[in-house]
Design a protein around this ligand. Structure first.
Ligand SMILES: [Zn+2]
Length: 153
């Protein structure tokens, strides 16, 4: 999904990477003749890309960001059952916030329509949910889950 570029930095090997608003980094190498990004070699070129967006494949794969996140209680306890509330909808965490979804008990499916993700939650598996990504949890029986929030610092 598209993420704003906040800045640029170099990795241990000296390659340039864009620092994205989601907390992920994305390499923007200049290695002619195969990868041509001459703009990244100059401060003015990099500055002209600030505020633009890159597609972040790490968000699409629900990868936890490398940057440091701080746990922001309270955690939310979600209870689902087959009688009435068998579905929980979340509009997504605001920019800068990540969430984790962790099954406490039962069986539930996680749906993230924007990323074409549909997968069962398994116990002790805390699924990272990137910022601004709506999701829903659905069960056919009883289930309990925990939703925790983390802020990029
Ligand atoms: Zn990302």
């Amino acid at each position: 999904m598209q993420r704003h570029i906040l800045g640029f930095g170099r990795d241990d090997e000296g390659d340039w990477a864009a620092r994205l608003a989601c907390g992920h980094n994305r390499h923007v190498r200049h290695r002619p003749p195969f990868i041509n990004r001459p703009w990244v070699m100059h401060a003015a070129g990099r500055a002209s890309w600030l505020g633009r967006s890159f597609d972040c494949l790490r968000c699409d794969r629900l990868e936890w960001p490398a940057r440091i996140l701080q746990h922001r209680p309270p955690d939310r306890h979600i209870e689902l059952d087959s009688t009435g509330t068998n579905r929980f909808d979340d509009p997504g965490a605001p920019s800068g916030d990540w969430r984790t979804l962790e099954l406490g008990q039962g069986h539930a499916m996680l749906f993230i329509d924007a990323l074409h993700i549909e997968r069962p939650l398994t116990p002790d598996d805390a699924v990272p949910i990137p910022p601004n990504v709506a999701f829903r949890l659905q069960t056919s029986g009883q289930a309990q889950a925990w939703l925790r929030t983390y802020r990029l610092i």
